[in-house]
Design a protein around this ligand. Structure first.
Ligand code: COA
Length: 258
């Protein structure tokens, strides 16, 4: 499938999605959100893909936010619709994807850009990256899950401060707060993510999918995460990967997961 605003590259088990609107610092307009949704949906159906890395084109921005020019004339109803549709199509969709998604934050990750990174399963940032939720400078609040995911990652007090001040933080600060797992030199960002992806790809993808569902359940008030874990743990015993993993261990060899 061809896209106007993103580049999708499959390299064996690893999939790169690059948001490619550099003249607008990769800001997320409606079309880009729809394209990202379609790309993630297609990848989930591709059994060969084990890990997805999402990044921004060129070296200045991951994503500098939602595209402000698209919503500056909206009323309340359209604003709610923008937020709801975006969350469903992209942000919640990524969080609940059964394939691990790593955000490779290569520059500015602001507003919807940081929210996109936070919806991914984890984040690696380059040391030139700047992250923040500047929505209150526009008379808005974060609308793509930022008020919900930021406190889970950095704690309520730091989230309040970041959102109220609209301050941008560095990659090192973000690492200290737990917002990103690593702060890496920009030249090393993609090779480092590739290494992580390689490690992940050697493990059981059915077990990883079960782990994603279980971990996400602990942040869902409507379910008991421990019950989800018990159920997902039990289901793992029914999989070929469980047979292969335990057999390989007992035979003192490396597992070969399908
Ligand atoms: N929406 C729409 N366009 C955006 C954008 C956004 N979120 N962020 C950047 N752009 C556009 C700029 O309008 C500019 O376009 P133009 O050349 O047609 O005028 C282009 O991207 C380059 O941005 P510019 O502001 O000139 O770059 P800079 O280096 O001076 O500043 C930022 C970089 C990231 C500090 C600045 O672009 C910015 O503050 N962006 C908005 C961040 C934001 O508020 N995001 C939350 C949105 S909810």
């Amino acid at each position: 499938m061809s896209y106007n605003n993103i580049i999708v590259d499959i390299d064996d088990y690893l999939e790169f999605i690059t948001i490619d609107r550099p003249k607008k610092l990769n800001a997320l307009n409606k079309e880009t959100i729809a394209e990202l949704h379609n790309a993630f949906r297609d990848l989930e159906e591709n059994e060969n893909v084990k890990v997805i890395v999402i990044t921004g084109s060129e070296d200045k921005a991951f994503v500098a936010g939602a595209d402000i020019s698209e919503f500056s004339h909206f009323d309340g109803e359209k604003g709610s619709q923008l937020s709801r549709e975006g969350q469903e199509l992209l942000f919640d969709y990524i969080e609940n994807l059964s394939i691990p998604v790593i955000a490779a934050i290569n520059g500015f990750a602001l507003g919807g850009g940081l929210e996109l990174a936070m919806a991914c399963h984890f984040r690696v940032a380059s040391t030139n990256a700047k992250m923040g939720l500047p929505e209150v400078t526009l008379g808005l609040i974060p609308g793509y899950g930022g008020t919900q995911r930021l406190p889970l990652l950095v704690g309520k007090g730091k989230a309040m401060e970041m959102i109220m001040t609209a301050n941008m933080i560095t990659a090192e600060e973000a690492q200290r707060y737990g917002l990103v797992n690593y702060a890496i030199d920009q030249n090393e960002l993609i090779p480092f993510c590739e290494e992580l992806a390689f490690k992940i790809s050697n493990n059981s993808s059915t077990a990883i999918a079960a782990a994603i569902r279980s971990i996400n359940a602990s942040y869902n008030n409507q379910v008991n995460g421990f019950d989800t874990e018990i159920s997902e743990f039990g289901k793992c015993f029914e999989t070929d990967d469980f047979v292969e993993g335990t057999t390989a261990f007992l035979e003192k060899r490396k597992p070969n997961f399908e």
